[in-house]
Design a protein around this ligand. Structure first.
Ligand code: BES
Ligand code: MN
Ligand code: ZN
Length: 460
């Protein structure tokens, strides 16, 4: 991805002045008379997101005004400047004054210029920004590039992003950073004791697989990332209605985001021994599909009764988490698009996270806020654990009641994690339903930026 940041512009960059309702009157007084007149004639009021291009006397753009929330506003969107690439004509621009949070504003500018262009070229705005002073632009670019990777993987439709292609993307990333790559595919999953990954993926002609990427000094702390890689979720025999199935190409959003996170970690050379595990499957429908009330063994040894074939994500994660847990990682993190219930509770933009590590909970919440990659803690509520009881097996994958669906999913996963020193689970959405500043509609990088910040603090 070409960088949106310009270090040596050929021509003078067009200044962007950030204004708020409170600063507009004093700022407008500093404009040339004709600029002030033009803004007034256009009724410019410096509302948040309001953009006005002031012409020079020769008709070129002399100056851009862009409205931000007032300093005193209840809430200011630090990504507001991410609207600019979608509003500005092609050209090179610079910040003439400081937005509320200059680093996040520069990041928002980069995130906001992303377009999914695999099937239709030239949609991306040809807008560039002179790197603002005092900002680590290499770091901002690293984050923006990782976000673009996550978005591209999620936006790619399932016909071109099956388990094999997801593995190829992981292998390509591994190759870029000299990481090792291995993959257990199809019947080999049974031979090597991954019964649940096999059960969920076996009805698809596109064989299920477990992707394993490893990087870094083995003497460093072990950080293992596990991402749900369901390349398409029909629901299985418990088939989803069409409205619910529509965007299920995004059901590998956990995998996309752990790959994005891994790319940042490796590019920044953090002092960790990184491992990335991705169970990649398609939850398809066929005569050999797994069925409601089937019972399968799991890698951990627990027999799992299938209450619902649409609760497939926790099944494939269970086997991958069990494998991760075997080497007692210092930090085990899993991301997945696991439940509709998480959206009912918190909506698409605020994924719930779960951990019993109080220090980790405080750190990740702070990092999430700092990076404007919001996360909200929900409890691993022990009294609900018995809801997972099966009458005939060790555990059921889908409690019959409709309550607390994201919590019971987290409790299910917790049964497969024992030895890891610290565990974090995030129930992400991985999708922006309608465009917001810096967040074009479609696949989204979620939780990866917040976790990257945490890892840089601990292992930078
Ligand atoms: N991939 C879905 C979760 C999902 C659905 C995320 C819609 C975002 C939007 C997951 O595999 C699923 O189907 N979960 C079920 C679990 C239930 C059957 C216990 C759900 O949330 O309905
Ligand atoms: Mn499902
Ligand atoms: Zn799913």
């Amino acid at each position: 991805m070409p960088s949106v940041f310009e270090s040596a512009p050929a021509a003078p960059a067009i200044p962007i002045t950030f204004v708020t309702k409170a600063t507009w009157s004093s700022l407008s007084a500093t404009l040339p008379a004709e600029g002030r007149q033009f803004a007034q004639a256009n009724g410019y009021a410096a509302r948040p997101g309001e953009c006005l291009m002031l012409p020079a006397l020769d008709g070129r753009i002399a100056h851009v005004l862009f409205g931000l929330e007032d300093e005193a506003a209840k809430w200011r969107d630090p990504f507001r400047p991410g609207q600019l690439p979608g509003l500005l004509p092609a050209g090179v621009y610079r910040f003439a004054n400081a937005p509320h949070e200059p680093r996040l504003a520069a990041l928002a500018f980069a995130l906001g210029s992303y377009r999914f262009s695999r099937y239709r070229k030239n949609d991306a705005p040809d807008v560039r920004l002179v790197a603002p002073d005092g900002i680590d632009i290499a770091e901002v670019s690293r984050i923006a590039d990782a976000a673009a990777l996550a978005r591209d993987l999620i936006n790619t439709p399932a016909n071109d992003m099956g388990p094999e292609q997801l593995a190829a993307a992981a292998e390509q990333l591994a190759g870029r950073f000299g990481a090792s790559f291995s993959c257990i595919t199809g019947e080999d999953l049974l031979a090597q004791n991954f019964p649940l990954i096999h059960a969920v993926g076996m009805a698809s002609p596109r064989a299920p697989r477990l992707i394993d990427v490893c990087w870094g000094d083995p003497a460093h702390p072990k950080v293992t990332l596990v991402g749900k890689g369901v390349c398409f979720d029909t629901g299985g025999l418990d088939i989803k209605p069409s409205a619910g199935m529509l965007i299920m190409k995004k059901d590998m959003g956990g995998a996309a985001n752990v790959l994005a996170l891994a790319s940042m970690v490796m590019d920044a050379r953090l002092k960790v021994r990184l491992r990335v595990l991705i169970p990649a499957v398609e939850n398809a429908i066929a005569g050999n599909a797994f069925r409601p009330l089937d019972i399968f063994p799991s890698r951990k040894g627990l027999n799992v009764e299938i209450g619902n074939t649409d609760a497939e994500g926790r099944l494939v994660l269970a086997d991958a988490l069990a494998l991760a847990d075997e080497e007692q990682p210092d930090l085990l993190i899993d991301l997945g698009t696991l439940t509709g219930a998480a959206r009912v509770a918190l909506g698409p933009d605020l994924p719930p996270f779960y951990t019993n590590d109080e220090g980790l909970a405080l750190d990740i919440a702070r990092c999430a806020t700092a990076e404007n990659d919001p996360l909200w803690r929900m409890p691993l509520w022990p009294p609900y654990d018995s809801w997972l009881d099966s009458k005939v097996a060790n555990i059921n994958n889908a409690p019959s009641g409709a309550f607390a669906g994201s919590i019971t999913c987290a409790l299910f996963l917790q049964r497969f994690v024992e030895a890891a020193k610290s565990w974090l689970h995030v129930d992400i959405y991985g999708w922006t339903p309608s465009a917001k500043p810096a967040r074009p509609e479609g696949g989204e990088c979620q939780a990866a930026r917040a976790i990257y910040k945490l890892l840089t603090e601990r292992y930078g």
